[in-house]
Design a binder for this molecule. Structure first.
Ligand SMILES: NC(=O)c1ccc[n+]([C@@H]2O[C@H](COP(=O)([O-])OP(=O)(O)OC[C@H]3O[C@@H](n4cnc5c(N)ncnc54)[C@H](O)[C@@H]3O)[C@@H](O)[C@H]2O)c1
Ligand SMILES: [Zn+2]
Ligand SMILES: [Zn+2]
Length: 355
């Protein structure tokens, strides 16, 4: 089968590899019907994920059809359409039992797929702990509708969940990339009084205006004054930092009102400063972390009910054989790209009305 492989720093290549097989009774093999590219794939390519193993197949955002299951798998069977979770988790350790699946103590716990073990920018992928890592896609949900469930949408859902948003709140979201937009969709479900999105790219601001006209927007330069003018208590009640740029951590806490919650979704290339003397008396609560991606079943229900729709984010479509071109466009943010969908050859993805 064809598989996009991490060769060395700066280089991915589409290679022929053997089809994966079941290695553990809890594994499943999934025939990938649609995949995507994530900013984290670019981080591997650029060498900023030291634990990524050269030679592995990259890709951790995909949906597919179960091809084969190990003897201990109980929740899915061959032929089921499924989303694949970016995180591998056992479901049994202390952290899994508390919903902190990102910290699963299994040696492959956390983000392993497409990083430390073979991922899904390929025709097939082996998924460990398939009972945890796979969720059945309802028949009324297409592959494109489900594509982002296991990674960026799970991240937005988790970020909105931990931010303790109430109907009286003004919520500031910094960054309207794929993850920020997924966060926005999940924050909208909490019905806060106001949402402000701060983004530097005019095309992405226009995207927010087009799809979410009720949301206020501002640029980074005007963000502090704009948030002050459009909130009730001297700043945002909740801030979600989803940009990860040089100055956005500082922007996040300066725009927060006293006693606000500041949720840091972004991952930074450099250490950030927490200047406690400058924020003395603001009594802020910071929440940070890698996504605990254990809400995929609930997210799929919300998609089925029409409450979340990430399909407008899929701006570009490619065949797996053209994935290097898909990377070029995604990496350089060309042609207004937000997310790409990549379809393996001869493995037509599931569209509505197909069954
Ligand atoms: N915590 C997690 O588990 C998790 C999961 C997924 C993504 N992330 C992180 O979330 C962040 C966003 O991911 P993405 O895929 O959307 O990436 P992205 O790079 O496409 O999005 C970042 C957005 O922020 C905007 N931006 C840059 N500087 C800005 C500024 N000063 N003010 C406002 N906006 C600014 C960019 O124009 C872009 O639209 C990244 O840091 C990523 O690593 C974290
Ligand atoms: Zn990702
Ligand atoms: Zn665990």
């Amino acid at each position: 089968m064809k598989a996009l492989t991490y060769i060395e720093h700066g280089k991915f290549a589409l290679m022929d590899k053997p089809k994966p097989t079941i290695l553990d009774p809890r594994d499943a093999v999934v025939r990938v019907t649609l995949g995507s590219i994530c900013t984290s794939d670019l981080h591997i390519k650029h060498g900023s994920v030291p634990r990524a193993v050269p030679g592995i197949t990259v890709g951790h955002e995909m949906v597919g059809v179960v091809e084969e299951v190990g003897s201990a798998v109980t929740t899915v069977r061959p032929g089921d359409r499924v989303t694949v979770n970016v995180e591998t988790f056992c479901g049994e350790c202390f952290f899994c039992r508390h919903g902190f699946v990102n910290n699963c103590t299994d040696p492959n716990g956390g983000w392993a797929l497409g990083c430390r073990i073979d991922g899904g920018q390929a025709e097939f992928v082996r998924v460990p702990y398939a009972d945890q890592g796979l969720n059945k896609i309802p028949d009324s949900v297409s592959d494109e509708q489900a594509l982002l469930v296991g990674d960026v949408l799970a991240t937005g859902f988790w970020a909105a969940r931990i931010s303790e948003i109430t109907p009286d709140d003004t919520v500031l979201i910094i960054g309207a990339g794929p993850t920020g937009l997924c966060t926005l969709m999940c924050v909208l479900l909490k019905n806060p009084k106001r949402i402000i999105v701060c983004e530097k790219d005019p095309a992405r601001i226009a995207f927010v205006h087009e799809h979410y006209p009720e949301v206020l927007t501002c640029t980074p330069d005007e963000c502090e004054a704009f948030t002050l003018a459009n909130s009730d208590h001297g700043g945002a009640d909740v801030v979600l930092e989803v940009a990860g740029a040089k100055d956005t951590f500082r922007l996040a806490w300066t725009c927060a009102r006293p006693n606000a919650i500041v949720t840091v979704v972004a991952l930074y290339d450099e250490p950030q400063t927490l200047p406690l003397p400058d924020m003395y008396g603001k009594n802020l609560t910071f929440k940070t972390g890698g996504v605990d991606g254990c809400d995929c079943a609930e997210i799929l229900r919300l998609i089925e009910q029409g409450k979340i729709d990430t399909t407008p984010l899929i701006t570009h479509r490619y065949k797996l054989e053209d994935i290097e071109e898909a990377y070029r466009v995604f990496e350089n943010k060309l042609d207004g790209v937000i997310k790409v969908a990549v379809e393996p050859k001869n493995k037509n993805s599931y569209r509505l009305g197909q069954r």
